[in-house]
Ligand binder design. Structure first.
Ligand SMILES: [Mn+2]
Length: 572
């Protein structure tokens, strides 16, 4: 019998010793060893990241210049418009700077980009809105790095622009008053992973210092965590320190009204731990929903709400929009899947392009990601509205999507993106030619079946490698980009109880020796009667806070993470 997974070579003696030195289980220590964190001192530093260890900001190009300009605007009572992009990093960075500048006495208006009026970034309509708000100074958050024309136009109109962004920098110099971006070649700040939310906090702190204020800017770390995790920024270095501190604030009993209302919507109890995966799967999709379907101003207002009543009202609106987002995403996904099978068959051999009239452009990215998951090939999903196609490109990994799309450039009106995701505009009559070009650019890829077996960090056996405690799991946080959530295998776990939960989910009570713990399978409810009594379960351990005290629960992420043990026949 071939193993359904590959196991990284364990070192039980070293794991036990490191675990004892750091006060964590051998299982957690084994995960650290796999990450190359081998000695007790570096393990402690990893497990307990501290804000005091943040990189000194001195080398950051234009940070002082930007802070001086903001401080001057506050002293002179100039109208400041803080303008953010419409995604979570954009709205949180705008909320952070708007809040801080206001707390420092500034005359501030906060605005965000709109997908349907000007699109992402600092567009022409966006500049016009800032002018109408009476801006003397504009601070662009999470956008601006490539908006030379609008920034020059603002300057001609006597409006200074400070840019706070982390997107790649074109070579042409930006006509901004100050330009904060760690990717500027002349930026001497050594850590390059900050998202705009982290940059916004840093600029807020510099402005506070320039004004000699004692304002404690740590109170905005919760928003830094939301923006950084939602933006899939690397969770290493300074981001690890910022996000860990931010997660603690997101989970605290006392939080800002917007976070309290958002937690209620996501059914996260006050005072229970919040992890990076909670942001990625429960909080960020809600914060993104309004921007996807309509007006992200609702999200900005939620983040800045002053009272719980106001925040709950906004969160309820977001909940409605999020439901609609789900419904539309499901509909587009269903139609797109049928189209793949019709055009390419059940196992496409290279990248696929699907397009549909009326597919909402706010959800084509979600559908593309699901299709890439399902078929194991890169996917372009195009929504056609008013004779124009807007598409999102997602893949299973292994194909550089921006490069692939670049090879189709002559068929496209616009495109952009990076290795892991891209977007494009295409005329509907060119979709057929795009199919051929995208297949050439991506293929052949072995669909689905070619995927490598999952690489398991630790086989949990209940003795040498016990189930790590919820406290251990919290010390690995934040997990995600650049700090992968460890994958565990539990061989020969006995199913003691099985039940469906919600519409389609599966909940198992598993026993391993004397230990019992629960497992949760999203959308795996259909397996309930098809599992033998003893299974090998694969998944990620996350704290389950349903009963108050957090206990580790195994999350069976998708079908391949739950394997029936073929050597253990079903017996009842
Ligand atoms: Mn960003």
């Amino acid at each position: 019998v071939t193993s359904p997974y590959e196991l990284r070579t364990p070192d039980p003696d070293a794991a036990r010793e490191l675990g004892r030195a750091c006060g964590v289980s051998a299982t957690t220590a084994q995960v650290l060893l796999h990450r190359g964190v081998g000695d007790a001192a570096s393990a402690q530093a990893f497990l307990e990241p501290r804000l005091s260890g943040l990189t000194a900001p001195d080398g950051m190009a234009d940070r002082d210049r930007a802070a001086e300009r903001l401080a001057a605007a506050i002293r002179r009572r100039e109208k400041i418009v803080v303008f953010g992009d419409y995604d979570v990093d954009g709205t949180t960075s705008a909320a952070i700077l708007a809040d801080i500048l206001e707390a420092l006495g500034g005359d501030v208006v906060a605005q965000v980009a709109n997908r349907f009026e000007g699109g992402y970034g600092f567009s022409e309509p966006a500049l016009e809105r800032c002018r109408q708000a009476g801006a003397r100074l504009i601070v662009t958050c999470d956008c601006g790095s490539s908006d030379h024309a609008r920034i020059a136009a603002a300057a001609r109109a006597g409006i200074d622009v400070v840019v706070v962004d982390h997107h790649l920098v074109p070579e042409e110099p930006l006509p901004a008053e100050a330009f904060l971006n760690p990717h500027r070649p002349e930026c001497g700040f050594p850590y390059k992973g900050l998202a705009s939310a982290g940059l916004a906090l840093s600029l807020g702190a510099a402005t506070r210092a320039a004004l000699g204020s004692r304002l404690d800017v740590r109170q905005w770390l919760d928003l830094v965590a939301l923006g950084t995790v939602a933006d899939v920024a690397p969770l290493d270095g300074d981001n690890r320190k910022l996000v860990r501190a931010g997660l603690q604030r997101l989970g605290a009993p006392e939080v800002r009204p917007g976070v309290a209302a958002l937690r209620e919507s996501a059914r996260i109890r006050a005072g229970t731990p919040v992890g990076a995966m909670d942001i990625a799967f429960r909080l960020a999709p809600r914060l993104n929903a309004a921007g996807r379907l309509g007006d992200p101003t609702i999200t900005l207002r939620l983040l800045r709400a002053r009272t719980l009543d106001e925040a709950r009202m906004l969160a309820a609106r977001i909940e409605q929009i999020n439901q609609e987002r789900k419904t539309r995403a499901e509909q587009v996904t269903r139609e797109a899947m049928a189209q793949v099978e019709q055009v390419y068959g059940a196992e496409p051999g290279s990248g696929v392009v699907v397009a549909g009239e009326g597919w909402h452009r706010g959800v084509v990215g979600i559908a593309a990601a699901r299709l890439a998951d399902r078929f194991g090939v890169p996917v372009v999903c195009v929504g056609i509205e008013q004779g124009q196609g807007h598409g999102s490109v997602r893949g299973p990994g292994g194909v550089h999507l921006y490069d692939a799309v670049s090879q189709c450039a002559e068929l496209l009106e616009r495109f952009g993106g990076h290795e892991g995701a891209a977007g494009l505009s295409v005329r509907p009559e060119r979709v057929e030619r795009l199919r051929a070009a995208f297949a050439d650019a991506t293929g052949p890829v072995s669909a689905g079946g070619g995927a490598a077996p999952p690489l398991v960090d630790v086989e949990v056996d209940g003795s040498t490698f016990p189930v790590p405690s919820a406290a251990d799991l919290a010390r690995l946080e934040p997990v995600g980009e650049a700090n992968a959530e460890p994958l565990f295998a539990v061989p020969s776990a006995r199913i003691e109880q099985r039940q469906r939960v919600g519409e389609s989910h599966l909940k198992l009570s598993l026993r391993l020796g004397r230990l019992s713990f629960s497992a949760f399978g999203r959308d795996l409810g259909h397996l309930i009667d098809h599992l033998p009594d003893t299974i090998t379960a694969l998944g990620h351990l996350r704290p389950d806070t349903y009963r108050g005290t957090p206990t580790p629960e195994l999350h069976l992420d998708g079908g391949r993470l739950l394997q029936c043990s073929s050597s253990s026949p079903a017996k009842r």
